[in-house]
Design a protein around this ligand. Structure first.
Ligand code: ADP
Length: 587
């Protein structure tokens, strides 16, 4: 027995030696173009990868249905893979599923070469030489989300030389992955729909929606300047708005403008293009790590680029636009222990509160830090925002529990709906609507890829009868039928006797019927650095920190305990522009 074994062993060793000698370490990968496939966020991603002399010579995406704008993530990954001649590269933050699917597709293509990954000739990181050790601008903006880009454009329009530093590989932050709807009282669509509104009414809604915890002066500026901000986006930045509005929870009237495709991609894409057209430099992959001061004035930012320290000197001022801290678990728990790891988040991984931490180190005042908002109807497996759920904001769906009963006003504030959902069976809600509502809202067309994906993952069902739809999720169908009948009576009489739902009530009619399962996930952190009406950051004693401005989710005291939907875009544009203008004109 022993002998047979050792013979076998010798034979195997000889075989493996033979195998090794036929493929020496320097063996080249067989030239050619190979097809590969991976699973992205919405569907399969197919690629064709060309190898020449053991180098990735080209990557072509032949089919994909990713959310528009996320193709940029695949472009970035392609660049990195080709620059470094490497397939296992870091994913693009904020585009996790697209990145994973793309990398899987390229790997699948590579596997068809029969080679091993170490046969790709190492090139190292080609980007590391591209940064100087210091730069100087009039205005340095930290963070290339909506607030940072709005500030950068405004500063550049005022004649300043502007550099934006962004820690991620791509610009956009949470703004990019949002629907980017923007509340704007007295807007052009309200006029054509004869909806009466006023700045005062918007102001009242902001204050009430945040339990009167907002700084009244900041809320007033937001209410008074939002329309001008929207017009600036439309006329100066060339953002295309759809010809309909959405009715966000907690607002007293329908006033929220919707950018093309109800997507942050339109907003961020246009802001980035405008900024670049004005000569604004955007340095990605460059996290800011420290605010530097001279005689109490912030005049530079220390940043990091691939492990190398880079200093950005600012002649006039620095603008913090680093967003919130929804992706920073420690920070969430530190300020609000209920916001623990059990709660998923809609946020990009870049939202780690860096700006707040850096500002706190130089004595900035922090306000409202415990106020963390969850978005009530997110993907139960991923925590991402679900745009198919916008049918709710059209006023054309109801939320029910497993028992088939409504439990909250569907257009209530996000925090109210979220906490109502959490106390239902399983902590989930089910959104119900009919075919007429689907046709009216078109969410299956506008968000087709997401729609298909939710159906595929069993989180959304379309069924001919209400019972069939209810049974799919184990919802009590009899009760659901009663709920729908009651709702239809309320619609006929024009008053919701159970929850007093605002807006127009539309009765449900024929099938097919739709039910979507969702959960609340962390969405917006209301707390942050305290600013004055000029977007200057205040210190713990209430004095201005010279040279430091802030705008967007990094700031606090604007939305009180709870931000109303579509007020964030108004906020980033209004205060981004104030910060940009003031920093540019500081000297
Ligand atoms: P807002 O809506 O306030 O503009 P976003 O989340 O859209 O917020 O954008 C904030 C941006 O700031 C994101 O792109 C994020 O990656 C970036 N950011 C966060 N921390 C840093 C940092 N330390 N250095 C540079 N950029 C940062």
């Amino acid at each position: 027995m022993k002998k047979i074994c050792s013979c076998l062993l010798v034979g195997l060793m000889a075989l493996s030696l033979a195998a090794c000698s036929s493929k020496p370490a320097t063996a080249t990968i067989k030239d050619g173009t190979y097809a590969g496939e991976g699973t992205g966020k919405n569907d399969k991603i197919a690629v064709e990868v060309t190898f020449k002399d053991s180098v990735i010579a080209g990557i072509e995406v032949t089919s994909e249905k990713e959310t528009p704008g996320f193709a940029e993530a695949m472009d970035q990954l392609t660049k990195t893979m080709m620059a470094e001649n490497k397939i296992e590269v870091d994913i693009i933050a904020g585009a996790t599923y697209t990145s994973d699917g793309f990398i899987e597709a390229v790997k699948d293509a590579f596997n068809k070469t029969g080679a091993t990954l170490d046969q790709l000739i190492a090139k190292g990181n080609s980007e590391s030489e591209e940064r100087e050790s210091s730069y100087t601008a009039d205005v340095v903006v930290i963070g290339a989300g909506g607030a940072g880009l709005s500030a950068a454009i405004t500063a550049a329009e005022a004649g300043a030389k502007v550099i934006v530093i962004e820690k991620m590989a791509m610009v956009g932050g949470n703004t990019l992955i949002s629907g980017a709807e923007m509340a704007a009282p007295n807007n052009w669509l309200q006029t054509s729909e004869n909806i009466e509104d006023s700045n005062d009414q918007f102001y009242q809604d902001i204050m009430k929606g945040g339990d009167n915890e907002s700084d009244p002066e900041l809320a007033r500026i937001l209410a008074d300047s939002s329309l001008a901000g929207a017009e600036w986006l439309r006329d100066d930045v060339n953002v295309i708005f759809e010809d309909y509005m959405l009715f966000f929870g907690g607002h007293s009237v329908k006033r929220s403008l919707v950018p093309l495709n109800a997507s942050g991609v339109e907003l961020v894409g246009k802001l980035e293009a405008k900024a670049k057209s004005l000569g604004v430099e955007i340095h990605t992959n460059t996290p800011a790590i420290e605010l530097l001061q001279e005689n109490g004035e912030v005049n530079a930012v220390k940043a990091n680029f691939n492990g190398k320290e880079v200093t950005y000197n600012a002649n006039n001022g620095v603008i913090l636009a680093t967003g919130g801290f929804g992706s920073n678990l420690d920070m969430r728990i530190k300020y609000n222990e209920a916001m623990d790891e059990k709660i998923l988040s809609t946020n990009t991984v870049g939202s780690t509160g860096d700006g707040i931490t850096m500002a706190e180190k130089i004595n900035a005042q922090l306000v409202d830090m415990p106020f963390i908002q969850t978005y009530p109807t997110c993907d139960p497996e991923r925590g991402t925002l679900l745009y198919v759920g916008d049918v709710r904001l059209d006023g054309r769906s109801i939320l029910v529990n497993l028992e088939g009963k409504r439990f909250v006003e569907e257009l209530e504030r996000r925090d109210v709906i979220s906490s109502a959902v959490v106390s239902q069976t399983g902590g989930v809600s089910y959104m119900f609507w009919d075919e007429a509502s689907m046709i009216a809202s078109k969410v299956n067309v506008k968000h087709k890829a997401e729609y298909d994906n939710l159906i595929e993952r069993g989180l959304l069902v379309k069924a001919n009868t209400l019972k069939e739809a209810a049974d799919f999720f184990g919802i009590n169908a009899e009760e659901l039928q009663k709920t729908v009948d009651n709702y239809n009576t309320y619609a006929a009489n024009g008053k919701d006797l159970e929850f007093n739902k605002r807006g127009e009530l539309t009765a449900f009619t024929d099938g097919p019927y739709y039910i979507m399962k969702s959960i609340p996930a962390i969405h917006h952190t209301m707390g942050g650095v305290k600013i004055n009406t000029e977007a200057q950051v205040m210190d713990v004693d209430g004095n201005i920190i010279k040279g430091l401005y802030a705008a967007g989710e990094v700031t606090g005291d604007i939305h009180g305990t709870n931000r109303l939907g579509s007020d964030a875009i108004a906020d980033i544009v209004v205060f981004g522009r104030i910060a940009g203008k003031n920093a540019a004109e500081a000297k």
